[in-house]
Design a protein around this ligand. Structure first.
Ligand SMILES: Nc1ncnc2c1ncn2[C@@H]1O[C@H](COP(=O)(O)OP(=O)(O)OP(=O)(O)O)[C@@H](O)[C@H]1O
Length: 248
């Protein structure tokens, strides 16, 4: 299924009269993976919540293709994996992941492949309480992919995954979501991860978040961890760090 373009126009959010976000005018290109980076508390998660239709803007709009976020979510075409994986405690790993497909009214044929991809083979019948934090997060990543969404929203999806698994997921997941051509927006605190995984990086300012840099990231595909040592990678990374105000 093809991802849709996401147009944010004059998007603004205030909490209790205080501006948290915007105004933001950003168009996310259909099928592309965009990383959002910015200082802690600048409004990144709030931005994702507005795109997901979990919260309403104070002003401005989000349009996904020709639909509102709520309409897209209702069709089951929008998937999320957030920092704190909300798995159903009484269901097994397999049932939790299969539920992602069921809610989107899709077949659950790919469940076992995804379980293997995120390294949870052998844990299919475990319940969330019997897993580590990183394993729960991996189950949530698998659940977000099983429905083959048009739009994939990831908020620090690898935050509590161990370094080795993180490196493996960094290598194996992007081809998967590119193959499925989902429009993907990923919030990350890791600049390496942003450069390695995305085709575009948007750097946001301190709260209220506005765009301070909008960079395209092009490398030969498939990207491998070896890229990190290359000059091109390091110069892109330095650009992002400078935009974040970090001296390099
Ligand atoms: N429901 C809410 N009510 C009031 N204030 C809120 C609410 N949600 C978020 N905020 C405030 O909005 C600001 C932005 O929060 P948000 O979680 O979007 O930032 P973030 O960039 O994702 O942070 P981090 O990188 O630390 O995860 C913070 O100051 C937060 O306290």
């Amino acid at each position: 299924m093809l991802g849709k373009e996401i147009r944010c126009a004059g998007l603004t959010k205030q909490f209790d009269g205080a501006a948290v976000l915007g105004p933001l005018d950003i168009t996310f290109i259909a099928g592309q993976t965009t990383a959002l980076v910015g200082p802690s508390g600048c409004g990144k998660s709030t931005f994702l919540r507005l795109i997901a239709g979990l919260d309403l803007p104070s002003a401005g709009s989000v349009c996904i293709g020709s639909q509102s976020p709520k309409e897209v979510a209702k069709r089951g075409a929008l998937s999320m994996a957030f920092q704190d994986p909300a798995l159903l405690p009484w269901r097994t790993v397999r049932e939790n992941i299969a539920l992602g497909a069921k809610l989107a009214r899709k077949s659950d044929n790919g469940v076992d492949d995804l379980i293997a991809l995120v390294g949870l083979s052998g844990f299919e019948t475990h319940r969330p309480a019997e897993l580590s934090g990183g394993m729960r997060q991996r189950a949530a990543i698998a659940r977000s992919l099983v429905s083959e969404p048009e739009l994939l929203l990831l908020d620090e999806p690898f935050g509590s995954v161990d370094a080795l698994t993180r490196a493996r997921l960094n290598a194996e997941l992007p081809p998967l979501w590119r193959k499925r051509a989902a429009t993907t927006i990923m919030v990350t605190h890791s600049v390496d991860e942003a450069v390695l995984l995305s085709e575009r990086i948007i750097v946001l300012s301190e709260r209220p978040a506005t765009v301070v840099a909008d960079l395209s990231v092009t490398f030969d595909e498939p990207r491998t961890a070896k890229l990190i040592d290359g000059h091109e990678f390091q110069s892109r990374k330095a650009q992002v760090l400078r935009a974040l105000g970090v001296a390099v």
